[in-house]
Design a protein around this ligand. Structure first.
Ligand code: IMP
Ligand code: MG
Length: 188
């Protein structure tokens, strides 16, 4: 039924169903809850891709956490990174002396998070970890460790559950591999 939605026609396959995603997010929330017991971490959502994952994850964490939002420039209309990272929206509050968890949708080259991690360390965070819904370790360029991830995936371009191609597909409830015919058409 759901798969008859028009957006699904642009997918090659469904990589993770909404049920699989929900299970993995719940397990990650429990792990973070145990790891940060007695602490009041600040969860930073990296807009826009992480927004769906972020809103589900924080509700699976049983801690007196706070939330913040940041935005960096990303791929634009392409499926490949420009290698350039630009800060588009900064934090509203200080993170000096705080335990920080950066929440990202997917780590690819690692350039975005390498940049953000360096920046937030200069802001005086006591500790800093990265939680990503997905990790594509085969594509890593920057030296970066992903502390928490729900799924390690092969080198494919995925959309849905917040992840976009050219600002579309974020509202798909499942995670799917985008059919190459979609970006072959648009990137000519
Ligand atoms: P990185 O700097 O190369 O690690 O790229 C990270 C950002 O690129 C992510 O936050 C996503 O916004 C975007 N990105 C990387 N891979 C994908 C993908 O497969 N689908 C959608 N967006 C992606
Ligand atoms: Mg993106």
């Amino acid at each position: 039924m759901e798969n008859e939605r028009n957006l699904y026609h642009d997918l090659e396959s469904i990589l993770y169903t909404r049920e699989e995603v929900a299970g993995a997010v719940r397990a990650l929330g429990e792990r973070i809850t145990a790891d940060y017991r007695g602490k009041k971490p600040v969860f930073i959502c990296i807009l826009k891709g992480a927004s769906v994952f972020f809103s589900d994850l924080i509700r699976q964490v049983d801690l007196p956490l706070e939330i913040e939002f940041m935005a960096v420039s990303s791929y634009g209309a392409s499926t490949k990174s420009s290698g350039e990272v630009r800060l588009v929206k900064d934090l509203d509050r200080s993170i000096l002396g705080r335990d920080v968890i950066i929440v990202e949708d997917i780590v690819d080259s690692g350039m975005t998070l390498h940049f953000l991690k360096k920046l937030l360390i200069t802001r005086g965070a006591t500790s800093l970890r990265i939680a990503a819904l997905m990790d594509k370790p085969a594509r890593r360029v920057a030296p970066l460790t992903v502390d928490y991830s729900c799924f390690q995936i092969p080198d494919a371009f995925v959309v849905g559950y917040g992840l976009d191609y050219n600002e579309r597909y974020r509202n798909l409830p499942d995670v799917g591999v985008l059919s190459p015919r979609i970006y072959a058409q648009e990137e000519q």
